[in-house]
Design a protein around this ligand. Structure first.
Ligand SMILES: [Zn+2]
Length: 207
């Protein structure tokens, strides 16, 4: 490695305004903040990797359960129907709606599940203070790139609006899977706030 690449290796850019800094990780429970725009650059916290790991594992279990448990029951004039998210995905599988079904299933189930799996893969050895698993940096980069595409919370909002709209036409009861989606949208948001990406990058580099 030449001298100039060594000098660049330490540089980090503010994710919001691109100001460049020499990376100095503050002590636990302190923050490093961008001088120009105030964005938090580093916010290491004691045991934060374990906390993020626990949230990610919770999200994974909730995604799995929310796919199979009854999502919604609709009844009107003595007729009723209960569906899980999996039933809904299958019901469109032989029509022109397949691309829509794949897109919805991808954004609310597959991408969020894959994202937390990649985070678990990245963090497990760091928690045990071991060397990262092979391609951990790539796994973490993919998990960061998937962040905008994991849309469980948008799905929950959309469903809540739809429920209000159809409530006048039939009896609509949200099932356990609906509340699991609400919980997973909340926990995924808390997990993202607890995870300090730059601290994780630095931990991956240091091992
Ligand atoms: Zn900035």
């Amino acid at each position: 490695m030449t001298e100039s690449t060594t000098a660049y290796k330490d540089l980090i850019a503010c994710p919001k305004c691109d100001a460049l800094y020499h990376a100095v990780i503050p002590d636990n429970n302190h923050r490093a903040i961008c001088d120009r725009c105030g964005t938090t650059l580093f916010a290491p916290r004691e045991g934060s990797f374990l906390i993020v790991f626990a949230y990610a594992l919770t999200v994974l279990v909730l995604i799995f359960a929310a796919t199979w448990f009854p999502f919604i029951s609709i009844s009107k004039a003595g007729l009723s129907n209960t569906s899980s998210v999996f039933d809904v995905a299958l019901s469109f599988s032989d029509s022109a709606m397949i691309p829509l079904t794949l897109a919805v299933a991808g954004m609310i189930i597959l991408i969020p599940a894959l994202r937390v799996l990649l985070i678990l893969y990245t963090l497990a050895p760091l928690i045990l203070e071991r060397k990262p698993l092979p391609h951990a940096a790539l796994a973490f980069r993919y998990s960061e790139q998937m962040r905008p595409w994991a849309m469980a919370e948008i799905f929950v909002l959309g469903v809540a609006v739809a429920l209000v709209k159809i409530a006048g036409l039939a009896n609509v009861d949200p099932g356990p899977a609906f509340w699991m989606f609400v919980a997973l949208a909340l926990i995924a948001t808390i997990q993202d706030r607890a995870a300090c990406s730059l601290t994780i990058w630095k931990a991956l580099e240091a091992k």
